[in-house]
Ligand binder design. Structure first.
Ligand SMILES: [Zn+2]
Length: 350
């Protein structure tokens, strides 16, 4: 080949032969360059993005992500998230993202474990520890909460035990209306008796302290017997040709008194507590007996029909007259003494 009068012929076989060492060295150099390049050993611009810090542009000869981190003195700690992964080859204009893990403490009883994470929910942290996801465990904060740096997650272990215990089955009382029985009267036609049952109970303890007790199943050992009370509903009686309508009938313990000092003490002035002159009645409808009552049982001023005594009116009270008690005013002291104490049925008339 001629150029500007000079011979630029390619080296002939003879030339190569004469300069063998030089050719060999050139070939080795070229090979080294190709091998280096294909292995990533060439200069490249990359960007390193560490979360929470400003991005840094770097020029490096390093071949892998891991190498360049080492070059800039970044130690990867367990739990750190790096993208691309440290084994990846570096390429031109590559961006490397690094999120640093932070510690979260998981406390279970006396044990405390450190978990490094870049952020997760409590559930994921516990899953990672392979605690066996016990449904019974109580976790604070709750499983769905995101963890924060240096957060303490407390796992309270719950224990369960099963026990049997005897329980009383309470009886109830049923009322049975008897239309022919006077209103206010009643009789128990069956006494109640509690039953017994055996409960199978689940006891839940947290850190040794009982927090819940739940009956899982129950078997009756002895059935209960309910109390049956028959109550009267009749509100009228016929006496002396009259039909008497009454609000209520009650059984009372009755005594009698007169206006003497012996019977009434300091009240012996012949005046009742309602201010009436204590003139004894005779038990007729027009002139009823004056009766001392407990106003909580018999309302004052009520007209009464007292079985075997006749009519009476509640006009007085007395210190000893409490509950189902009445005291009947009589004319003479001897009369009152003779009356003594009697159990009587009293109708409180309408
Ligand atoms: Zn008297």
């Amino acid at each position: 080949m001629n150029f500007l009068g000079k011979d630029f012929s390619l080296p002939s076989g003879k030339w190569v032969k004469d300069n063998f060492l030089l050719v060999f060295m050139l070939c080795c150099l070229l090979g080294a360059v190709i091998v280096s390049y294909s292995n990533g050993y060439y200069q490249k611009e990359i960007t390193l993005n560490v979360e929470g810090e400003e991005a840094v542009n770097l020029t490096t000869w390093k071949a892998t992500v891991g190498d360049v981190l080492e070059e800039v003195n970044i130690d990867l700690r367990p739990g750190d998230e790096i993208y691309p992964s440290p084994g990846e080859s570096l390429r031109r204009d590559m961006r490397i993202y690094l999120r640093r893990a932070f510690p979260v403490y998981v406390k279970m009883g006396e044990e405390r474990e450190v978990v490094w994470t870049t952020g997760a929910k409590v559930q994921e942290i516990l899953d990672g520890l392979k605690l066996g996801n016990n449904d019974y465990d109580e976790v604070e904060p709750p499983l769905h909460s995101p963890v924060e740096e240096r957060m303490e997650v407390v796992v309270l272990s719950l224990e369960r035990e099963y026990v049997t215990q005897l329980e009383e089955i309470p009886y109830s009382t049923h009322r049975k209306i008897n239309p022919s029985m006077d209103k206010g009267m009643y009789q128990v036609i069956q006494e109640g008796k509690p039953g017994t049952q055996e409960d199978y109970v689940r006891v839940t303890k947290m850190e040794g302290e009982e927090i819940d007790r739940k009956v899982i199943s129950t078997s009756v050992i002895e059935g209960k017997k309910d109390r049956i009370k028959e109550v009267g509903a009749n509100t009228s009686i016929s006496r002396g040709g009259y039909t008497l309508r009454f609000v209520e009938a009650i059984n009372v313990s009755a005594t009698a008194y007169c206006t003497c000092v012996q019977c009434t003490g300091t009240h012996g002035r012949g005046i009742t507590s309602t201010g009436k002159t204590a003139v004894p009645g005779d038990g007729t409808r027009d002139n009823p007996h004056l009766i001392a009552v407990d106003p909580a049982v018999i309302p004052m001023e009520s007209l009464l029909y007292i079985e075997s005594i006749g009519y009476g009116r509640a006009v007085d009270t007395g210190g000893a007259i409490r509950g189902n008690r009445i005291d009947i005013l009589m004319e003479k002291h001897e009369e009152a003494l003779r009356f003594g104490r009697r159990n009587l049925k009293v109708y409180i008339l309408q």
